[in-house]
Design a protein around this ligand. Structure first.
Ligand SMILES: *Cc1c(COP(=O)(O)O)cnc(C)c1O
Length: 378
């Protein structure tokens, strides 16, 4: 048995979180009640966005964002190859086609030159994935979006609390999607949020999360009215009041948790500073990283992955290029060679444990175990 067990990410729930959820359980509204707006306005303030729309997952958030942007059949959306499948799946949900873009070798963020080269007359949007919690180069992406009339959508599921030149992620792109899965910065179990400064898009997303109906149950109750209109085909992507209460309670500790993630990242960097075999990803100038993941490049990844897992260290790989999955290869007829940088990186990357509740001792254990395994190989 390993002496301890560390996952790569983990939530942190305290008594105040539990109380917040239990309060809702004994109240009148379990879903679509006052906690939804309450969480939305706290979240909007947190990322300095005008509108925030709460939904049932980060995936639903991406689907809502693409729908609001008017993406439909025949359209193309530029998506980095190095991301979770949900980023590209949301494009398919809209009947559009994802066009995979390679990433920069040092940061694994979308390569703006490759993106510009892949714009076509069918391109409708570009998705910026703030990989590992690091903001993309939004200045360059915004220029491409403006020049080519594309909507700029941020998949900010890794990047709550990140900043680009002092601007919070969530206030920069036309639409930004967040996730509240337990491994992300704050959790609601499952959950997501979209932020935008466009009031029309926000209203469209509020209807889309509720079957395409323009008023919700509580609004009709308040107005004493039974009638409602479904104006387009939507989904049930609502987030419950229990979850919104938990999300709002979790947001209290976000600043402290971000600081802790920075400390852990610094300890990893220092722990591997004299080890040429372990290469952490680069951090861009003028950003505040949110450190959702701590990703390194390493030779002999397969051997190290197995050995670390055996030692109780929950390392992971984020990600294989999306188009390498059987479904994408089959559906879009894509083959290896499309995004060579992402493909090469996916054979070398390893995500080390990173979550605020990790102790300094946990970090030292990861570094020490890793270094011993490296020496054993020499
Ligand atoms: C977590 C994540 C999602 C999906 O979020 P869910 O809440 O799990 O649906 C999408 N994109 C990225 C980059 C993610 O990390």
């Amino acid at each position: 048995m390993p002496e301890r067990k560390l996952p790569y990410g983990k939530q942190w729930i305290d008594d105040e979180d539990i109380r917040a959820v239990v309060d809702v359980l004994s109240g009148d509204w379990l879903t679509t009640g006052p906690r939804v707006e309450d969480f939305e306005s706290s979240f909007a303030a947190c990322v300095r966005a005008r509108h925030a729309v709460a939904v049932s997952s980060g995936t639903a958030a991406l689907h809502c964002a693409m729908h609001a942007a008017g993406i439909g059949p025949g359209d193309e959306v530029l998506v980095p190859a190095m991301t979770f499948v949900a980023t590209a799946n949301a494009v398919l949900y809209c009947g559009a086609t994802p066009v995979f873009v390679d990433v920069e070798p040092d940061t694994l963020l979308i390569d703006a030159n490759d993106a510009a080269a892949k714009v076509s007359s069918r391109s409708k949007a570009i998705v910026a994935v703030d990989y590992a919690g690091q903001p993309c180069d939004y200045d360059v992406l915004r220029n491409i979006a403006r020049r080519c009339s594309l909507v700029l959508i941020a998949d900010a599921c890794h990047a709550l609390g990140a900043q680009h030149r002092g601007d919070p992620v969530g206030s920069i792109a036309d639409l930004s999607a967040f996730s509240f899965h337990p491994v992300k910065h704050v959790t609601t179990g499952e959950g997501g949020m979209i932020t935008t400064s466009n009031a029309e898009w926000a209203a469209r997303m509020r209807a889309f999360r509720n079957h395409g109906i323009t008023t919700d149950h509580r609004q009709r109750e308040t107005a004493g009215s039974w009638s409602y209109e479904m104006v387009e085909l939507g989904f049930n992507y609502r987030l419950t009041d229990m979850q919104c209460a938990l999300g709002k309670s979790q947001l209290r500790r976000l600043p402290e948790w971000l600081d802790r993630r920075h400390e852990i990242a610094a300890q990893y960097r220092q722990g591997f500073a004299d080890t040429a075999q372990v290469r952490p990803l680069a951090v861009r100038a003028d950003v505040r990283h949110a450190h959702h993941l701590f990703v390194i490049r390493v030779a002999q990844r397969a051997r190290l992955f197995a050995a670390l897992r055996n030692a109780g260290i929950g390392v992971n790989v984020h990600y294989a290029p999306v188009y390498m999955h059987p479904y994408y290869r089959r559906r879009l007829g894509l083959a290896p060679g499309l995004c060579p940088v992402a493909e090469a990186a996916s054979g070398q990357i390893l995500s080390l444990p990173m979550f605020p509740r990790m102790t300094d001792d946990d970090v030292a254990f990861v570094v020490g175990t890793f270094r011993k395994l490296l020496e054993a190989a020499c």
